[in-house]
Design a binder for this molecule. Structure first.
Ligand SMILES: Cc1cc2nc3c(=O)[nH]c(=O)nc-3n(C[C@H](O)[C@H](O)[C@H](O)COP(=O)(O)OP(=O)(O)OC[C@H]3O[C@@H](n4cnc5c(N)ncnc54)[C@H](O)[C@@H]3O)c2cc1C
Length: 396
């Protein structure tokens, strides 16, 4: 029986934080990705803001097995669970490059899952196997100049012509669009069939008629490339159809759920990293004879940020647990995506404030976090669309 003295329980703020979804293997993986990102990627982060990150990052990460963590071993993946991809999304923030994290996530968690879920064996061999090795790069084309949130409003048409399809249209804001070898392309094949009139295609980016029109300039995520693409009479064989003809809308809505959850995990990790960097600054920076972190106002800012980050983290983990167990919790994924992207922007903004003038300077890196994070309230479904999905889930 415990003595009265040993019953004194004191808070242990340094206790190792491990959520129930993660095992020791996940933690080892976490450490190896963190070390890799800090040693091999972060030293180049500034340079890649100017040049975008090189394709060799894909090859290196392929060699290390990081591009197929949760993908089947039959295609060269590691055969891990869904949480391994969360670990990647969380630890890659140590590269200090939102653009790099986004380019990778498009490859591993946005374009690859629909090929694995709906593709034929030939398509998986042709695209997934080299993509996991980092030898081929993937992108995903949903958004068009005239249709983003309203996916059903896309105009890109694929018309059957004998054994082929002829594709015409355009896609915009396409991440990896300049470097990709293939695009998972959302098209309309039947304009009269409503949601049953969409079809996905795997279109090689070197096919005649695929034009990489413009490299788009952005507020943040500068290390990633973002393309405006045109498709002019692009001919592909019927074997390029990904999944079922007419079911592309449902296929892409499924894809978006995984994309949103991974995005949310990245937001939480990015916010946490910015928080830690700012905590260090608040301890070092002196004003009026003391560390600024010891002003109650600043201390409370940290308390607010920590509480927000923790709430988003729990939402992401519990929702990931349900997703990993085969559920399709669209409402909660939308909530996690909405909440995590909002808090990431709020945290980055508050971190700039705590840094004072230094926060506005590029060399401290927090202004970049704010610029990069700002995308998350727009990409993969805007805040407003997330609210609409959540509201509608209650029958409204
Ligand atoms: C850097 C970057 C990278 C991207 N990468 C990709 C990519 O790789 N592939 C890809 O396909 N797309 C990509 N996107 C596109 C992104 O997913 C879209 O920008 C996003 O879905 C919003 O679409 P939109 O820009 O057309 O805005 P719009 O749909 O025109 O929305 C404009 C505003 O209207 C609001 N709105 C629209 N509909 C409603 C509604 N029903 N109720 C309330 N408000 C509404 C929106 O919330 C928003 O505030 C990327 C975007 C950016 C900026």
């Amino acid at each position: 029986m415990a003595t009265a003295q040993s019953n004194v329980v004191k808070p242990d703020h340094e206790a190792r934080r491990k959520h129930f979804i993660f095992t020791d293997e996940h933690e080892q993986l976490r450490e190896s990705i963190r070390n890799f990102a800090a040693k091999e990627l972060a030293p180049h982060a500034e340079e890649w803001e100017e040049t975008t990150f090189p394709d060799s990052v894909f090859r290196r990460m392929g060699e290390l097995g990081f591009l197929g963590l949760d993908k089947p071993e039959a295609y060269g993946g590691q055969g891990g669970d869904y949480y391994t991809s969360l670990v990647l999304a969380e630890e890659i923030v140590n590269a200090n490059s939102g653009g790099l994290a986004m380019g990778l996530a498009v490859h591993t968690d946005m374009a690859m899952p629909p090929i694995l879920a709906f593709g034929t064996e030939e398509q998986k061999q042709e695209w997934v196997v080299p993509a996991i090795k980092g030898e081929k790069i993937l992108c995903l084309g949903i958004t068009e100049p005239d249709a983003g949130s309203d996916v059903s409003g896309i105009k890109t048409r694929a018309v059957k012509d004998g054994d082929e399809y002829v594709i015409n249209g355009s896609k915009t804001y396409i991440t990896n669009g300049h470097r990709a070898d293939v695009i998972v392309l959302v098209t309309k094949t039947d304009t009269d069939a409503g949601y049953d009139g969409f079809t996905l295609f795997l279109v090689p980016m070197d096919a005649p008629g695929v034009i990489r029109e413009k490299r788009l300039e952005k507020l943040g995520m500068h290390a990633s490339d973002t393309a405006l693409l045109a498709f002019q009479d692009v001919r592909v064989p019927a074997s390029a159809v990904l999944g079922q003809v007419g079911k592309g809308f449902y296929h892409i809505m499924w894809e978006l759920q995984g994309e949103r959850l991974i995005g949310a995990a990245g937001c939480v990790a990015g916010a946490q990293k910015c928080f830690e960097r700012t905590l260090q600054y608040a301890n070092e920076r002196k004003a009026f004879g003391r560390s600024i972190g010891h002003f109650q106002v600043i201390r409370h800012k940290f308390a607010e940020m920590a509480t927000k980050i923790e709430s988003a983290r729990q939402m992401v983990y519990v929702t990931a647990w349900r997703f990993n167990n085969g559920e399709y919790p669209v409402r909660e994924i939308s909530m996690a995506k909405l909440h995590a992207s909002r808090i990431a922007v709020e945290v980055a903004d508050e971190c700039i404030q705590i840094h004072g003038g230094a926060g506005y300077m590029r060399e401290y890196g927090v202004e970049r976090v704010w610029r990069d994070m700002r995308l998350n309230r727009i990409g993969a479904g805007t805040d407003e669309i997330m609210l609409d999905v959540i509201g509608r889930s209650y029958g409204l």
